[in-house]
Write a protein that binds this ligand. Structure first.
Ligand code: COA
Length: 171
């Protein structure tokens, strides 16, 4: 299958919304994406679609969140959501999108990617438990599901709690 990965365009918003709603079976993720697009946390270079033929079959968004350390605050990346159209899942497309976004983040010089996700899936891309680096979510999510991917600009002083903006509606 010929697959093209590229940043999203305005004209992709509607098919992306349908894809997210069918992959997740609800609207939280599509509405989250819509809200993030309207904040300074949005990064077009890291909001990618996977296109097969003319059809959008996959989507990934990385956006800024804040790592609050004892004396400083740093911008790091949050990976969410990633989704593949149900009929195209388990063909490696999710993996391609994740690897491509890691490559772009490395190239940009970002230090770190955080995510909340399936503990069986992300370690193959170099994600590990965030708590191993003294990095913690804002609320009490299960330890093995909160993960980080350190990039070459990562330094050990990057530790603390991740703060999500109101767009995430995390209480
Ligand atoms: C999770 C998702 C993005 C993976 O994309 P994909 O293209 O289907 O995955 P890939 O083909 O790259 O990889 C397939 C592998 O992922 C694993 N996988 C897929 N969904 C998984 C899940 N929910 N939990 C654990 N592993 C999962 C498969 O078991 C398979 O493992 P294997 O290679 O050991 O057999 C996709 O299945 C999806 O959109 N799911 C619904 C939305 C979702 O849950 N998003 C992630 C939120 S954390």
């Amino acid at each position: 299958m010929q697959l093209n990965l590229r940043p999203e365009l305005d004209t992709d918003y509607q098919p992306i919304e349908s894809l997210l709603d069918s992959a997740f079976g609800g609207q939280y993720e599509s509405q989250l994406v819509n809200r993030i697009r309207n904040t300074p946390e949005y990064i077009n270079d890291l909001t990618l679609v996977a296109v097969a033929g003319e059809q959008i079959v996959g989507f990934i968004m990385l956006s800024y969140v804040t790592l609050v350390s004892a004396h400083t605050e740093s911008q790091v990346l949050s990976l969410a959501p990633v989704a593949i159209m149900p009929t195209y899942q388990k063909r490696g497309i999710g993996g391609r999108l994740i690897q491509e976004s890691i490559r772009i983040a490395e190239h940009r010089g970002d230090p770190l990617i955080v995510l909340l996700g399936h503990a069986d899936y992300y370690p193959r891309f170099g994600f590990e438990r965030a708590s191993l680096h003294n990095i913690y979510p804002p609320v009490d999510w299960p330890d093995q599901t909160y993960m980080v991917r350190t990039l070459s600009k990562f330094t050990a002083d990057l530790e603390g709690k991740i703060r999500y903006s109101p767009a995430w509606k995390i209480v």
